[in-house]
Design a protein around this ligand. Sequence first.
Ligand SMILES: *Cc1c(COP(=O)(O)O)cnc(C)c1O
Length: 473
Amino acid sequence: MTADGDTGTGDAVDMRDSGTGRTRGDGQPDDAGRAARRDEAVRCAVEQGLLGPAAPIVGLLDVVGIRESAAALRAAFDAVVAPGTPVLHAFAVKATPLVPVLRLLRDAGIGAEVASPGELALARAAGVAPERIVLDSPAKTPAELREALALGIAVNADNPQELERIDALVRTTRTASPIGIRVNPQVGAGAIDALSTATATSKFGVALRDEGARAWLVRAYADRPWLTRLHAHSGSQGVPLSLMARGITEIHALAEEINRRAGRQQIDTIDIGGGLPVNFGSDATTPTHAQYARLLAEAVPGLFDGRYGLVTEFGRSLLAKHGTVVARVEYTKRAGGRSVAVTHAGVQVAARTVYAPASWPLRIAAYDAKGHPKEGPEVLQDVAGPACFAGDLLAEGRALPLLEQGDHAAALDTGAYYFAHHYAYNSLVRPGIYGYAPGAGGGMRFAVVREPQTVEEIVAESGGGHTGALTAL
Ligand SMILES: *Cc1c(COP(=O)(O)O)cnc(C)c1O
């Protein structure tokens, strides 16, 4: 069994020939093509043994789809900015913290937004150049700040105390880092409280509407000629586009005010963050990056008139629709009149969905034992995970062709914030993750993105090297 298929080289990242990054003629993502590739990938994963009794769960990533999304994102903003505007699209690494994915995106012209030493290390391991990395964490240590400034990585200060630390560093070190301040425009919450970054009391950034905040910001820039950026990240899943645009309108107006006071274009770049919501209800890509870019161009024309460079930090909207978790149905049963399929995908790969199913419903696709889309009349059934608590359900009362033992259940649109975000409940192993792309002679070729975790690794990271530590104390 090889993860590389018949023609693979073992190189997890370079499958350049197999996808062109093309989108449909109208610049819209090819949703039908993506769904067809997904079906083919599930079938080939079963056929090639990536998925089977010994490997009952895998994560799959659509390399062609990721390239298409990267190209569509770039085209969306190229279409609205003045010619020659510097634009950096920095992928939010937390959405899919996998080195081969970051390399694929790098080669598609996308940088990285990082928020921890681990994420920075992933971006660097992927070969993302420092000038294409943005550091945004709300809790940067002095050591992290020093490293970022030494490397020339862009830094957005979250709060006045962090700015004081940066003050001390720029006094003593020369740095190529563009430095900005993150502002919370406080335009209000979206549908999911835990993900709403622009509420009055959000923990992120300088709260723009708080008393004295605006004056403090204007002063902070006036006192620091090296502050050249302004950052806001006010969108997320559940936030309407109009609200996101309001947040950007606010920070653009603030940039204009700061520049007016400075009598020069001190703020030369606006970082609009990410946060474009994803449609988890069907294969349609909606909203698109192009729709958002056009909305911003209408709502904030001054943003794109050539006086400001642009940074974006999209995560979920770039990757979500390109990932699929596929799990074997180990058993089926009936309980209280309900059909239940017990699969190998649950809270360990879909923590958000399991703990907050109303906010994070996932589509489930049924495949048969050979990985073909399952036919037959739909029956309401629960799709359960392997973890030992009752709520470990991927879907409850879902209408699907009746799943049987040995079939497969796939959780769709899980390329961001799902299978790369393993939750270690019940010491369940992290599944292997494979990228796929059409092979020259039909079928799909696979490349290893992340090896499946072994039980030995679980023991080792669970103190296996310190067995007698406590009894010896
Ligand atoms: C999480 C995050 C992003 C990406 O958000 P998405 O909703 O995945 O697009 C971008 N910028 C910052 C600062 C973030 O915290």
